[in-house]
Design a protein around this ligand. Structure first.
Ligand SMILES: *Cc1c(COP(=O)(O)O)cnc(C)c1O
Length: 364
């Protein structure tokens, strides 16, 4: 077997042995044991993680996280709507791209990847374009690790009576989010990020009253979130098409482990401790984070590449991998950088081990 390594990437990420073991059984999708026992349980647990209110419902969707973003945009935003997209990174840009594929009327506020969205500009845009119906934003922009101003943007959505759609792919489960309190109508995430499952499906948590009005909106059969929701509701957790049974079973185990850890608050605390240890250790080794501390999420951190003449990312990456740690290339367009994630089954001792490995791998 290949040597095991720790994935310090923002998903797929390092999962526990027990999550992996949960996939060692083949499941029948017609049994109540699967549909009621696992799928319905997951749907209700996701709603509980998102809010204490019972006005939300969770719909699971096959595919990577992007499929769920596309399903949500295509189902909640009908042909006559206009969407405001706040974009400061690759995932914000992907939302725009999806909107273009779907020929959704789009107004975009584009910022550079190191730029924090400007709240007064967002407010002005809402004042000047009253026909905007929906606002879409990424919570943790995984491109840089920046945590976008969720509370302020959601408050504007409420003030101006817009539907708020949040790509919380890389934050849900790792950062507390109360959908009811913050006025978030639709939240999108996936199996392989902070809940610490394996890749294979995404999920969309939304107000029941909102999704109930979305019949006929979707422009794609496979990505018709309304139809998927209605089937799950009417048939006790049944997926319309082949469900990723092993992934779903692993996710159920991952949710149990999130609960055993002490819930989202405890996981947030662990991730925050991981990230601050990582940043302080990297600074001691001479690395500089791309973003100022106050803009950081506790999820993933971008570091500037060393300016040393002999630095080569590929070689650095391969050396670290041979020492048991996989880091992530940079995705920022105008800076040379790399990223290190600290989510997943990753603890302080792992970060200490990584820092030791980096000090050994630093041969420039
Ligand atoms: C991971 C991620 C996605 C989805 O990516 P996939 O590769 O399709 O799973 C979307 N948005 C953000 C912010 C992400 O971190």
């Amino acid at each position: 077997m290949d040597k095991n390594y720790l994935l310090l990437t923002p998903g797929p990420l390092t999962t526990s042995a027990t999550v992996k073991q949960a996939m060692l059984k083949d499941w029948c999708t017609w049994d109540e044991e699967y549909n009621v026992g696992i799928v319905q349980k997951i749907r209700s647990e996701l709603c509980q993680l998102a809010s204490t209110s019972d006005q939300f419902t969770a719909t699971l969707m096959q595919g990577s996280g992007t499929a769920s973003v596309e399903a949500a945009l295509g189902t909640f935003i009908n042909k006559n709507a206009t969407v405001l997209v706040i974009n400061n990174g690759a995932y914000g840009a992907r939302i725009k791209q999806i909107a273009e594929y779907l020929t959704i009327n789009l107004i975009a506020l584009d910022y550079s990847e190191t730029h924090y969205p400007d709240i007064s500009q967002i407010k002005n845009t809402l004042e000047n374009h009253p026909h905007i119906t929906h606002i879409v934003m990424v919570h943790c922009e995984t491109t840089t690790g920046m945590l976008n101003p969720l509370e302020k943007v959601a408050a504007l959505a409420k003030e101006f009576n817009k539907v708020m759609i949040l790509d919380a792919m890389s934050s849900f489960g790792g950062i507390p989010i109360d959908m009811q309190k913050l006025h978030i109508d639709v939240l999108i995430s996936s199996s392989n990020k902070c809940i610490q499952g394996v890749p294979g499906f995404g999920f969309v948590i939304s107000k029941k009253s909102l999704i109930a009005q979305c019949r006929g909106n979707a422009r794609s059969l496979s990505l018709d979130l309304f139809d998927q929701w209605e089937t799950m509701e009417k048939h006790n957790g049944k997926w319309r098409f082949t469900s990723p049974t092993h992934v779903v079973r692993a996710f159920d185990q991952a949710l149990t482990e999130l609960h055993d850890e002490g819930g989202v608050a405890a996981r947030h605390k662990r991730y925050t401790a991981n990230q601050s240890l990582l940043v302080s250790g990297m600074k001691e080794l001479g690395f500089t984070p791309l973003l100022p501390k106050q803009l950081h999420s506790p999820i993933i951190t971008t570091f500037l590449s060393p300016e040393a003449e002999h630095y080569d990312f590929k070689r650095f990456y391969l050396t670290l991998k041979s020492l048991g740690y996989v880091i992530y290339p940079g995705k920022v367009s105008d800076s040379d950088c790399f990223r290190i994630g600290n989510i997943g089954e990753v603890y302080q001792s792992d970060i200490e081990g990584l820092l030791q490995a980096i000090s050994e791998a630093k041969d420039w």
